[in-house]
Design a protein. Structure first.
Length: 277
């Protein structure tokens, strides 16, 4: 499970949860040393108890498993957030140089502290705007997970990624889809203030990637029935309190894991592995 490295960094997790939704409980509660110790143990065992993150991570890990025989000199995590995927990349590809970039200076500062504490030598974090020129022919793999929906000028970002990649380099994207349908009526109105759009039409996004010059290697519908069910249950629990969420999380995680074993005809998200021709 992803995020075990963050067991000792509650301030990072609180910041991350507050950015996901205003409905998530983020108030600081005075805790005993025993409760803090139990929380650390819990996260070390189960990772960060947020099913959206875990489901995206499962699809991400599966996509990377097809690239394990590749040699990547430089990898970019575009929109690295609190650095979860960057840390995973640094451990998965220890011979590669990993760079995580983000617009949130709080994230960058704490991510660099965590990677220093973990003594990860092939990883750095920097403040950068993906809509600005970020280089040419410098990367072999770019990862962009649930970031495009936050950016108004996403077309420029995709073009920048293409220029930044070496020939034959890979781009992995995960993003929500448009016209999402809910199982539980209480979640029919779901809005993320930081989103520039609800999501993307898979066909339209793939068409734009091909127009830029990418070749689509793989595309998958994510958060199908099981993933959606798990996400909705987890969200409702998180909206009530973190303790209730923690109790139900292991079961919800098992439900979400079933999503990768099914062939989703329509999901809440889409993952795309593309390659620069």
């Amino acid at each position: 499970m992803f995020g075990r490295e963050y067991a000792s960094y509650p301030e990072v997790l609180l910041h991350s949860f507050s950015m996901m939704s205003d409905n998530y409980e983020t108030k600081k509660v005075k805790q005993s040393k025993i409760l803090k110790f139990l929380q650390e143990i819990y996260i070390k065992v189960f990772g960060i108890p947020e099913i959206g993150l875990q489901t995206r991570s499962l699809y991400f890990r599966q996509a990377l498993s097809d690239l394990n025989d590749k040699k990547f000199e430089t990898i970019l995590d575009g929109g690295s957030g609190i650095g979860i995927y960057s840390i995973f990349l640094a451990k998965t590809f220890p011979e590669s140089e990993i760079l995580g970039v983000d617009l949130d200076k709080f994230n960058i500062k704490l991510s660099n502290k965590i990677k220093q504490d973990l003594e990860i030598s092939n990883l750095n974090f920097e403040y950068r705007d993906l809509t600005k020129e970020i280089g040419v022919n410098k990367c072999d793999l770019i990862v962009n997970i649930d970031v495009l929906e936050h950016i108004s000028d996403y077309e420029t970002v995709l073009k920048n990624f293409y220029r930044l990649l070496n020939k034959g380099g890979f781009l992995y994207i995960h993003t929500p889809q448009i016209n999402q349908k809910r199982i539980f009526k209480s979640l029919e109105v779901w809005h993320h203030e930081d989103h520039a759009r609800e999501g993307f039409s898979p066909n339209q996004l793939i068409k734009e990637l091909r127009h830029i010059g990418f070749r689509i290697e793989e595309q998958r519908e994510t958060f199908g029935f099981f993933g959606k069910l798990a996400w909705e249950i987890n969200h409702m629990m998180l909206s009530k309190n973190f303790i209730l969420s923690g109790i139900t999380y292991p079961i919800v995680y098992l439900i979400a894991s079933l999503d990768l074993l099914t062939s989703n005809k329509r999901g809440l998200g889409i993952s795309i592995l593309a390659r620069k021709s």
